[in-house]
Design a protein around this ligand. Structure first.
Ligand code: G3H
Ligand code: 13P
Ligand code: ZN
Length: 315
């Protein structure tokens, strides 16, 4: 068994009307919690690592833990660089054995994003690695946002087709109203599904059959975890994520990869706060970190089974 790329898992997800969960990993308990959930649900999974996670844990440790997960579970697991900031980081991760990299050039102007993405794609493909890129800027959406402001940051459908054509990327992260972190909406949650549909249709018409779309900033911000944090000394007010039914809808459409990090952070923090609150005399890290791992597993299993629908994707 070895790590896989996302190519086959995305095609199966597209055909099956579900999405693969991409979970950010930073330490052993997160890896084990996510992977135990995927194993229990017989689901393929993407474990992704940000630049700050590389700095925190070191790529060699992260790669070794993910290799162990593959060996222990026999699951299809892709190891992905999340928000790669430059060519060098993508190249280094490919060298460490990652099977997928994201180059995030969304903050560059369009032509620069195309040129830099293309350079990463050429290098990655020559090494058997797939590439995700991003077009449009993720931002928080305010209730009173005007259409022009929304259009300025959301992904333009015609540009998306041109971008895929010119860069040769394998998947594309788009902006339709999601945002990173725990505070995604001040008012009602809203995603631009019509834009997702237009992008999908235009890509299909341009000859990109079943082209996989990626949704970043897709945590639901589980209110039970927020309440648990607050009940044990936390101060997380007004946190709000993407409703599960919206993620279900996106998964049934062209979205093949759904990114979640905030939900894991909240679960881990909630479990540790509760453990400290209830057992003030305890000081064995295996107690509170074990509780954190268990809550992460429960949360990820619920996502796989009831939200993104990737249960039994290993068949
Ligand atoms: O998209 C960002 C991810 O949540 C990673 O966050 O850079 O703090 O690890 P991080
Ligand atoms: P959340 O902050 O919604 O978990 O998004 C994570 C993400 O997009 C990682 O790339
Ligand atoms: Zn992201």
């Amino acid at each position: 068994m070895a790590l896989v790329t996302t190519k086959d898992m995305f095609e199966k997800a597209y055909q099956g009307g579900y999405a693969i969960g991409a979970f950010n990993i930073n330490n052993m308990e997160i890896v084990q919690g996510v992977v135990a959930a995927a194993k229990a649900q017989r689901s393929a999974v993407i474990l992704q690592v940000s630049k700050s996670a590389l700095k925190y844990a070191h790529p060699k440790y992260l790669k070794a833990m993910v290799d162990a997960a593959v060996e222990e579970t026999g699951l299809d697991i892709a190891l992905h660089l999340d928000h790669g900031p430059d060519f060098e980081t993508c190249r280094d991760c490919i060298g460490y054995g990652f099977t997928s990299v994201m180059f995030d050039g969304s903050h560059y102007d369009y032509e620069e994003n195309v040129a830099k993405t293309k350079e990463v794609v050429e290098y990655a493909h020559a090494h058997g690695v797939v590439v995700e890129a991003e077009l449009g800027k993720l931002a928080g959406v305010e209730d009173d946002v005007n259409v022009d402001a929304a259009n300025a940051t959301y992904t333009d459908p015609d540009q998306a087709v041109d971008f895929v054509k010119r860069t040769g990327v394998d998947s594309l992260a788009i902006a339709i109203g999601t945002s990173h972190g725990a505070y995604k909406f001040k008012g009602e949650a809203k995603l631009d599904f019509a834009r997702l549909e237009t992008i999908t249709k235009k890509l299909e018409d341009a000859g990109f059959h079943h082209f996989p779309i990626v949704l970043h900033g897709a945590s639901s911000v589980d209110q039970r975890c927020v309440e648990m944090c607050n009940a044990y000394g936390g101060k997380i007010d007004g946190a709000k994520g993407i409703p599960a039914e919206m993620l279900r809808k996106a998964s049934a459409m062209a979205v093949c990869k759904i990114n979640m990090d905030t939900d894991l952070r909240l679960a881990m923090t909630a479990a540790i706060r509760k453990s400290f609150g209830e057992n003030p005399a305890a000081f064995d890290p295996r107690g509170y970190l074990g509780d954190a791992r268990t809550l992460i597993q429960e949360l990820v299993e619920d996502k796989i089974k009831n939200v993104i629908g990737s249960t039994d994707s290993m068949k």
